[in-house]
Design a protein. Sequence first.
Length: 351
Amino acid sequence: MWQWGRRGAAPRVAAELAAAFGRVAGTEAVLSLSRQAEILAGRTPPRCDLPIDTYEGVAGLIGRLAQAPFRVGSLARRIRALRVDVAICAMPGPLDGLMAWALRRCGVPFLVMVHDADLHPGDGFPLQMRFQRALMRRAAGLIALTRHVADRLRAQGVVGDRPLLLAALPPMGFGPPPPPPRAHGGALRLLCFGRLLPYKGLDLLADALALLGGRDDLVVRVVGQGPESPVLDALRALAGVTVENRWVPEDEVGAILAWADAIVLPYREASQSGVAAAAVAAGRWVVATRVGGIAEQLDGEGVARLCEPETAALASAIGSLLTRAPCSRAAPDPAAAWRELAVDLLRRMPR
């Protein structure tokens, strides 16, 4: 498993799946992360068998890309020493061509786990999709995390005759499960968490909360990092709403989820959601708009309420939590769900 991002959920996806493969009898997992990955500096870092120096900023990326022809030989030697049979890219990034080159030298096939088939407004980096499609063309197979993404990949003509495996993102735990929702006995705590970008529907959330009006039985936190904007100011102006525009370190995510009774995902578009996977693992209620692959991801989750991406519908779904909460249930076992995914991929992946 490899993923060379520094922050966010992608390195954790790689670490969780590597650990899951390692729990399957007869399988040994090797994990490759960036040396600069935030997860490696956390309280419980995963074992990283193949750490890679990556980059910081655009200038660093350009420098690393220029050095790639001179680094591929040493990387190939390290891979041979690990005796790898097959590799999986947990989420594409700009330096993955180096790994693909080294794997080809070693005769090791690889698959790419595709989270997004299209860029979301305000998301990603320059040439992201060009890098991703170049990597997919060299892969032995693709893994799509929702049917929505799989359909988009087919429509774009990037699948060809290679296997396209449909999978689902398992619940993603950040520490032990917290107490159940409303255990604190106070006002309903609603959390909007993640990158504060246009496609996340923050304007829709602001309008829905304004429609609900200030209430003593509802408090809202908007937590994440993004550009300052009029919609963030509009949220700050609402009674009972606080906005924390900042990067949330890996070790703080569990506490933020534990604070909440419910997570709101007011997205205008989405492929799937790592925040939803974390919310389910923490046993939080979820209110989400029915867009992209979100409904597919949350299908069958009794803690989730889905609505159309419209102001009145979102306000109604949030308001319903105040009068008729979803049926609470014990949080799932993320380790078991990740192992189930690993077993399924091992059964279906090309060799």
